[in-house]
Write a protein that binds this ligand. Structure first.
Ligand code: PLP
Length: 373
């Protein structure tokens, strides 16, 4: 008998499967607007200047020792300043339990494991729709009794690109207070929505001002372009320092049998950039530049569709924010885009604006017009 004969192939990942189909297409016209990874206007991936400079500074001076189980203290400290505010009292009072995580996914997963171990009777409520991997990390959706856990996207909601306004966040915060809910922020795009990391942290700051305890997953994949480095941070705001010490020790305990300690290089890049005023200001310019390109190309896509006299409204293309555009196209229309125009996106009609460039925007607009008219 075979040990593994009963193992069926896993279902294709809805996002990574799109890239596979794109790669297999020999057409010179093909366009990949599936995966949410930033591209320059020439369609190529980008390594930020601040990252290259940080690497130069690190090179030759670092050793290859293990990081502590909880990760790089410098990187965590800088991450907390970014999310909670440079002068946050919560940081000064050491009330935040935080560990370096394997990017945003790892931060979410670690929190899910923590929740399962210490609050086994709680569920978490996630948005509909949401990033597909949230369903894999947590599994549940029902009416929420008081005192429930919720996950919300801090900014640049994936896949819709629709965020609550500041006013709405205040209302959400009020409702959460009344219902004694706990909010876990998934912040995978800080800086990418508006171009300003401070502005994109507004929802978190509102919750902090209102006296909530929160959790937060941070990722440097998009805003520093560190996708493959898996640099991120998980933080949980506690009642006091003693509680934070206990929670952090348990987070480390959860990480130990999974991956022992997190990777070094990405953490060093992040802490080198954020702790150096010159590098940080280059980063702020670069993240704004990425966000601005996305905002500009949204406008171009909308204008191209209007020029084709599409009778449909495309206002949402520019009203939405962040790298992703929830176009409203049906799975059938998405199929036609792939089969007839070699344009690849997820079946929910989500366009990664990062894959749209001045060269292909007219072609994309024309194809969208053809399949939606
Ligand atoms: N959360 C959301 C909403 C995302 O869109 C993503 C990436 O697409 C992530 C988390 C995590 O990404 P990573 O693990 O690469 O940081």
């Amino acid at each position: 008998a075979s040990w593994f004969g009963h193992v069926e192939p896993a279902a294709k990942d809805p996002i990574l499967g799109v890239t596979e189909a794109f790669l297999a297409d020999p057409s010179p016209d093909k366009v990949n607007v599936g995966v949410g990874a930033y591209r320059e206007d020439n369609g190529r991936p980008v390594v930020l200047d601040c990252v290259r400079e940080a690497e130069r500074r690190i090179a030759g001076s670092m050793n290859m020792e293990y990081l502590p189980m909880g990760g790089s203290m410098e990187m965590i400290e800088q991450s907390l300043k970014l999310a909670y505010g440079e002068d946050s009292d919560f940081i000064k009072d050491k009330r935040i339990a935080a560990v370096q995580a394997l990017s945003g996914t790892g931060a979410c997963r670690l929190f899910a494991d923590f929740q399962k171990r210490f609050l086994p009777d709680t569920k978490i409520y996630i948005p509909t729709p949401t990033w597909a991997n949230h369903h894999n990390i947590w599994r549940d959706a029902r009416n929420a009794p008081d005192g429930s856990f919720f996950l919300l996207h801090a900014c640049a909601h994936n896949p819709t690109g629709v965020d609550p306004s500041e006013e709405q966040w205040r209302e959400i915060s009020h409702e959460f207070k009344v219902k004694k809910h706990f909010l876990f922020f998934d912040m995978a795009y800080q800086g990418f929505a508006s171009g300003d990391p401070e502005r994109d942290a507004k929802a978190i700051r509102i919750f902090l001002d209102d006296g909530h305890q929160i959790g937060c997953a941070q990722s440097y994949a998009k805003n520093m372009g560190l996708y493959g480095q898996r640099a991120g941070c998980l933080s949980i705001l506690c009642d006091n320092e003693m509680q934070a010490v206990a929670v952090k020790s348990q987070l480390q305990q959860l990480a130990r049998p999974m991956y022992s300690n997190p990777p070094l290089h990405g953490a060093l890049i992040v802490s080198t950039i954020l702790s150096d005023p010159e590098l940080k200001s280059i980063w702020l310019q670069e993240v704004k530049c990425m966000a601005d390109r996305i905002i500009g190309i949204r406008k171009a896509l909308k204008e191209n569709l209007e020029r084709l006299a599409s009778p449909l409204s495309w206002e949402h293309i520019t009203n939405q924010i962040g790298m992703l555009c929830y176009s409203g196209m049906t799975p059938e229309q998405v199929d036609r885009l792939a089969n007839e125009f070699h344009i690849y996106m997820t079946c929910n009609g989500r366009i990664s604006m990062a894959g749209v460039t001045t060269r292909n925007v007219a072609y994309l607009a024309n194809a969208i017009h053809e399949v939606t008219k």
